[in-house]
Design a protein around this ligand. Sequence first.
Ligand code: 9YW
Length: 428
Amino acid sequence: MPPPDNKFVAKAKAILEANDRNGYTVPTHRLYPFQWNWDSAFVAMGFAQFDVDRAFRELERLVEGQWADGMIPHIVFHDLSGADSYYPGPAVWGTSHTVATSGITQPPVFAIALRAVHDAAAAVDSAAANARTLPLYEAALKWQRWWYAARDPENTGLVALLHPWESGSDNSPAWDIALARVPTTTIKPVVRKDTNHVAAAMRPHDQDYARFIHLVETYADVGWDPARQWATAPFKIAEIQTTAILLKAGEDLARFAADFGRASDAADLAALNARTRAALLAQWRPALNRFVSRDLVSGADVDASTHAGFVPVLALDLDAPVARAMVAEMARWSAGKLGGLPTTEPGTPIWEPKRYWRGPVWAVINWLLVDGLRRNAHAVFADQLREATLAVIETTAGFAEYFDPDTGEGCGGEDFSWTAAAYLCLRD
Ligand code: 9YW
């Protein structure tokens, strides 16, 4: 049972409602004025705590952006009226879906959210919950198959990202080596808008943006065709955070397949999940006490010390010594820090406590880890992360986009939807 509502619960709900744009939720006004993929999945779980109908609606509106090949893009530009506050907009992406969208994707939290929304709805009316879930299940399954076809054509079990934005952790040090190979040249000039809203010191560097746009133009040039992108991609990382989320999504989809009597879907999902489970386990590095991604251009491990190395806990049932080693490492990173797990290892040369994905704490990352730690019987550390997240919101940061782990200060955009959703769900 969650504790009784307090003023922060009221504020979290008010943020979600204020960021509502006719059935979808913007991450925050002005800085991110459209529908973002994994943000919406987290937001749907937040809405499921108090308005299940609105939670389903969030997912339904995201699916309006789904491409014919199954991909659900990372941004759906439903309404362009606020477009001048964000770059890059539809003209830069040059995609051709009926609703304007970006051309890349984001971590597939969608099916995990669908499971949570369904279960909240089924507690009231199981038949109605199933009826509303079924088309969304089909969309999620189609996207799941897209991931394997487009991003693991060699059937390794790990899915690859072709753009840092696909990770959701845009300027993580995990990409530094791979991104350095990407030229900084662009056809059209890069016209950043993010630094109009947030201090440049908290955001990626101009050079990162030039490379991000170079990649967009490279893929637009091959018509956003997955096979041609795979063949031309100068950036290709078999990535563990995304793969872990995909595996958890696969588990949740397999449960739906069983519930809905879809035997052939269930068999396909079981095979895909088993392959991915084995591949993910093979990325454990005992010397680092973390999992690692693989750079598919160089063939090397990505051993930068980032939070992504712990996210596989979400989807694996780890051997007890592995789980213990991982928890000890996470405890070492977060010792003396505020808000939960920093996104890079404190005290190392890559550590920048205010710069976006290079050190700060993000509530949704804590949330994924809390779920994984509970699954792996580490409820005590899960609770520490959970309480640290709630405490930083309540005492210093408010519902900011992310938090400085040294000071507890809120950074980036304000009144952020997924921080509000995390607060509502982590109180459970
Ligand atoms: C951008 C909306 C998105 C998140 C990403 C985050 C950032 C967008 O904001 O990317 O233009 O840089 O990195 O995870 O979905 O909150």
